[in-house]
Design a protein around this ligand. Structure first.
Ligand code: N01
Length: 537
């Protein structure tokens, strides 16, 4: 609706983001009859999958689980072609969802929200975009993604490079051809590890610049045939039930015993089963693996045994085996042929710990010992300003004109990950203070979307204008998140969970570590108790 005396559109809810979380929120909100206006920076739906289209981009959660559960017909009609879907297939799926539920009509694409400002008289938000739109909204919903603001390190001379540069998180939509080229990849997190094998196959020569080695486990990816799909679809109800109870949002449970409550033989058998299952789930083979160093070391040693046999040169293997963090305290990468790639004649590994990058010049990358690695293209697989970066891009001003970036200066401060004191009717979905990045984000999106719509319905049913987290609730939640993390090994790694990858970012463990199931109980309980810890206005 456009106000008659101004060009300000007035809506009930403004949603930022058309990724997995935003699409579901829009669907639910519209279903309740709210007038919704969505804005999306990309020119299509997809969020992280719209931007991260580098070679080898693939989900590390099984496709059967990394899909919406809210509509049985959708669940039954969609056919996944592989155990772990690649980026183009996930994009096709999200486009299908957008079409099927007619979600695009609520969005304005290729448009970034630049500011949202509270009017304390009306408790409405004035939303502004980079294309000049102004929207007045009762509720603001951020679904901006935890890994959507890319991090490009400040390397001297980067602007002088004569060749092409790419960031894995902002990959061009046109095809990129490395045939015959000398390519350098900086970074060996998930994005680097997924793209390196494919770039190596295409390029004349590939140099991998590794600062920290990472733990990676082969995906064990495989095509799904009709019979596999039929079984998955028949088992969906139970699969989803178990997933919602679980920590990680998939139906795989850790071993019933602690790592050293079982014999060595059983322990090794359990590690072997998880290794065969493939990927990130190895981190939770035993329930104490991420809290007890001895259990963790057993998992790490098994991993090392399996990985060393994949690498021909023992000196290269020494560099590829991490020594600086317990296994699983950074997300274990799910790869396809990563370690074997270092057996190729056209691939070289440079350890930046031994020989750091000094600068970039016109010809390539200059190392501290004076070596110039001549390159035609550089791929930055250098990650994201995670969890807070995308929110920080928006100038958010709440009560008394206070800026959200100031409130979060020492780290994100939320109640339940969802709300912030001083910012009534503003919700941040699947962000810091929630389990999203440690779980299957699709089920997290549904959990938050459902909680949000129940909350709005409650406000309207009881005649409230607004809801606002109390400061003491925020303080308690921040403390709870910190204390839970402190009982684990996670804070010992320099991970993006702690903001440790961004120079100057406060070192705070940002996700809620208790898992999807436990978190779901907490937020449901808060709602059941009349939105305990919130002021209803
Ligand atoms: O980013 P990262 P990512 N000089 O931060 C290095 C998800 N994801 O995009 O570790 C040299 O993990 C940095 O080195 P160090 C997944 O949750 C999922 O790879 O800081 N190197 C590191 O090696 C993942 O965890 C999938 O020492 C520099 C790398 O760049 C998250 O996204 C696929 C540097 C960054 O690794 C982030 O993954 C892709 C510098 N100045 C991503 N600065 C799936 O499978 C940084 N690095 C679904």
């Amino acid at each position: 609706m456009i106000d008659s005396n101004s060009s300000t559109e007035s809506v009930d809810v403004m949603v930022v983001g058309a990724g997995v979380t935003g699409l579901y929120a829009v669907h639910r909100l519209r279903g309740l009859g709210y007038r919704v206006r969505g804005f999306e920076r990309g020119d299509d739906v997809g969020g992280v999958w719209y931007w991260n289209r580098y070679p080898g981009a693939r989900c590390d959660v099984e496709s059967v689980d990394y899909s919406y559960s809210f509509d049985e017909d959708l669940q039954q009609e969609w056919d996944w072609s592989e155990k772990y879907a690649a980026q183009p297939e996930i994009m096709r799926y999200l486009r299908h969802v957008a079409d099927r539920f007619d979600l695009r009509r609520s969005y304005t694409f290729a448009t970034s929200v630049t500011s949202v400002e509270l009017d304390e008289e009306t408790l409405r938000w004035t939303v502004r975009t980079d294309r000049g739109q102004v929207v007045s909204a009762r509720f603001c919903v951020f679904a901006v993604g935890c890994l959507s603001r890319t991090h490009l390190p400040d390397i001297p001379g980067a602007g002088e490079f004569a060749g092409a540069t790419y960031h894995t998180g902002e990959w061009p939509h046109e095809s990129v051809d490395f045939t015959g080229l000398r390519v350098g990849v900086i970074g060996t997190g998930s994005s680097g590890i997924q793209s390196i094998p494919l770039i190596a196959e295409q390029a004349a020569h590939l140099t991998v610049f590794q600062r920290s080695a990472n733990y990676s486990i082969p995906a064990g990816n495989e095509p799904l045939d009709d019979e596999a799909r039929r079984r998955q679809k028949a088992g969906y109800a139970e699969r989803r039930r178990l997933s919602r109870l679980s920590g990680g949002g998939s139906p795989h449970m850790a071993h019933a015993s602690r790592a050293f409550e079982v014999s060595e033989r059983e322990r090794r058998a359990a590690f072997a089963r998880r290794w065969e299952l493939g990927g990130v789930l190895y981190a939770k083979t035993f329930p104490d693996q991420l809290s007890d160093l001895k259990a963790n070391e057993a998992a790490r040693a098994f991993w090392e045994e399996k990985v060393r046999v994949l690498i021909d040169d023992p000196e290269v293997a020494d560099l590829l085996v991490p020594t600086d963090h317990p296994i699983g305290t950074k997300r274990i990468v799910t790869d396809s042929d990563y370690y074997a790639t270092f057996n190729r004649d056209n691939v070289r590994l440079v350890s930046l710990r031994e020989n750091p990058i000094q600068r970039i010049d016109g010809a390539g990358i200059v190392l501290a010992d004076g070596t110039v690695v001549e390159l035609d293209a550089i791929v930055f697989a250098t990650g994201f300003d995670a969890m807070t970066g995308a929110v920080d891009r928006i100038d958010v001003r709440g009560r008394d004109g206070r800026k959200l970036t100031d409130v979060w200066r020492e780290g994100p401060r939320t109640y339940l990950g969802l709300a912030v004191n001083g910012f009534p009717n503003l919700f941040n979905l699947t962000g810091p203070g929630s389990p999203s990045v440690l779980a299957n984000v699709v089920l997290c999106a549904e959990q938050h979307g459902d909680w949000l719509t129940d909350c709005l319905r409650h406000l309207d049913a009881h005649g409230y204008l607004a809801i606002e987290a109390r400061e003491e609730s925020v303080e308690q939640w921040v403390t709870e998140c910190r204390e839970r993390a402190a009982t684990t090994l996670y804070p010992s790694a320099n991970s993006w969970y702690l903001g440790a990858n961004i120079p100057g970012k406060p070192r705070v463990f940002m996700p809620f570590i208790g898992g999807l199931g436990a978190y779901g109980e907490i937020i449901a309980d808060v709602a059941d108790q009349g939105y305990r810890g919130f002021d209803l206005i």
